[in-house]
Design a protein around this ligand. Sequence first.
Ligand code: PLP
Length: 346
Amino acid sequence: MRTLQELTRPNIWSLAPYSSARNEYSGHVAHVFLDANENPYNAPFNRYPDPLQGEVKQRLAKIKGVPEECIFLGNGSDEAIDLVYRCFCEPKTDNVVAICPTYGMYEVCADINNVEYRQVMLDEHFQVTAEKLLAATDSNTKVIWICSPNNPTGNNIYREEIMKVIEQFDGLVIVDEAYIDFSSEKTMLLQLASHPNLIVLHTMSKAWGSAAIRLGMAFAQKDIIDIFNKVKYPYNVNLLTQEQAIKRLDDKISVEKWVNMLLLERGRLMQAFAELPICEKVYPTDANFFLAKMTDAQKIYDYLVNKGIIVRNRTRITLCNNCLRVTIGTKDENGELLGALRFYKE
Ligand SMILES: *Cc1c(COP(=O)(O)O)cnc(C)c1O
């Protein structure tokens, strides 16, 4: 691996971060706060929130089995994705490599940051080899993006190939595990301690049922997390989000219950899709959605929209011609979708 200094943009490496009022007194017990120009009325919303979200991280450290100093929290995983570019990729010079098709934000953030985005096509099983990914890199490649389970295909990328990429690439490897709670595969968090170039992304938006609060996380060794924390907005996760996250994290049982119900429904719904005359193929999945190849995705999509049922039309995505991406809903919602599809006439 290149050194972290070699991988970091020079201006970021030498950046003196903003020091907030709440940072400077830390470590002391205080009760009179006249340091941050806050209004003393309207508690608790008058106060700036904890810039490093200590209470949330305390819980996450236990649940995820990762030390607190190896956790970054942001306004959705999307903040972490953007920070990867802002911290490590020099606009107009550096590049990143990603699989294709995959989650759209990696490319959007590359475009916004004016960083070249190189795509490596998945094969017909939606898999990729380490060899192909590494062949797309050059000396200006800072990052390889791997989403597993992948969106929109739903499958896990072969673990052996991911490990080879991490071990053979001399830059950063980001593994986005937004759907890991639905997967039969183990999390890559177990690899963090032994792999200094690995960054793992998780989110509260899927299995944890909290897309509205916008809380995403990046896990990596401390020196990478320190760079993210230096560059992020000082108060990037608001108090309402931190409080709601704590509530959710203290009720892990509900999440396990939801995941189990969704996995059961996933099996049922995929089976039913496979039996629809208008469905040509149901692709295997390890996420809370699946991809289905239909006879005419656009027409079926429009028909469903007309009935107030929205799935994701992926027909114009590489390798996904005539595919719909279907999120698993409640038993009733899935039933309504199936009822409508059984009535569909070509
Ligand atoms: C849904 C999703 C996310 C979650 O993003 P948030 O900003 O945390 O809501 C991240 N990565 C992938 C691949 C996703 O599909």
